[in-house]
Design a protein around this ligand. Sequence first.
Ligand code: HEC
Ligand code: HEC
Length: 357
Amino acid sequence: MTEKALPDRWFSARQSRRAVALVLGWSLIANLGAASAPLGPATAASQSAEVAPETQQPFAPLPFTTDENPAKVALGERLFQDVRLSRDDTLACLTCHQLAEGGDDGLSRSMTARGIALARNVPTVFNVAFNASFNWDGGVPSLEVQAEGVLLNAQVMNNTWPELIAKLGADPDYAAAFRALYPEGLSPANLVDALVSFERSLITPNARFDRYLRGEHRALSAEELEGYELFKGYGCASCHQGINVGGNLFQKFGIFQDPDTSRSPAEQADLGRFEVTRVARDREVFRVPSLRNVALTAPYFHDGRTRSLKEAVATMARVQLGRRLSPQDVDLIVRFLHTLTGEFRGRPLTVPAQESP
Ligand code: HEC
Ligand code: HEC
């Protein structure tokens, strides 16, 4: 597989978008993803059965564990933090998806080692197993396709399979670890499989909101509950819903009002799914993002235009719902959103002080 066949627009700076090449690239690499179980809707549906009848909500709590093979997860974790995954040994997945923070990098848009500004804000890798599609435009159908895309993307990891397999295969530890887990040893599909096993293990259960959904009524304060009612009452939940409180729908950014793209730090407007489908109605349509751990994942929106969660909520109400919220209502909704912060490996993820409500 050549770099040319890959989704070269995937990360590219605005000027070099080529959606057609992108779509062709996906169809070529899609068979990699077919090897593993489907993600998203099926998983979400099986989770919703866990909601106690007296707390029927448009949401479902995250599970406490996943059934990933622990040895594959451990191998995937090593790969995730290994800079050798990039051609010039400068970037690891962890560089942009920091697990000690929100699973992102805290920047509006990050720069690659070669000084190229990525087209979009880095989304979190936490709870990705529960998203129905990937990237801001939802244009990537599986985590496998996503992983191969980033490894071979000239503007990110900039690798080719022969070079990457030769480099990692020269490390006797990797060669042995792959042989122990996969009959064929280290191969492109097995490398992707290990990486994706790790990504699927990145769940952040036991948020106070999840405890509430499991029937622990005191898990939310009166104000947070009021915020939850407003979140449902104003209609936020019609888009941000399901087990990930988002991640399973596409919607236009700016239904009632232009979201003011002049505020965007990006040099050109991002047309979202239109870049993938070239269908007019997909202009400025994006995947509705998951709001899990949203208090930790500033800056917000596909272009990282604001660090303030209050501003993000007020913008949403204005442009998606045609409502101007009072500062009190914004504050209550933000308090509710803070209850979506979960635990990673048994420890609560922490909210940076300046973003506390
Ligand atoms: C230089 C920064 C950078 C590096 C390094 C990086 N990513 Fe990302 N990642 C991003 C950006 C930016 C996006 C969003 C791209 C878009 O929407 O077009 C993204 C998106 C993703 C997503 C989709 C999440 C979702 O919910 O849609 C996953 C999964 C992911 N990356 C995993 C990885 C893995 C695995 C690696 C290592 C092989 C990696 N990333 C390396 C910046 C990075
Ligand atoms: C019609 C669908 C829709 C409704 C209603 C909606 N949203 Fe959104 N929301 C989106 C989409 C789409 C995005 C991504 C926009 C972008 O960056 O392109 C988003 C992004 C966000 C973000 C930024 C997340 C991040 O990680 O950057 C927050 C926070 C948010 N919404 C909260 C809310 C709240 C609170 C409400 C109710 C006041 C709400 N949304 C109503 C569709 C919706």
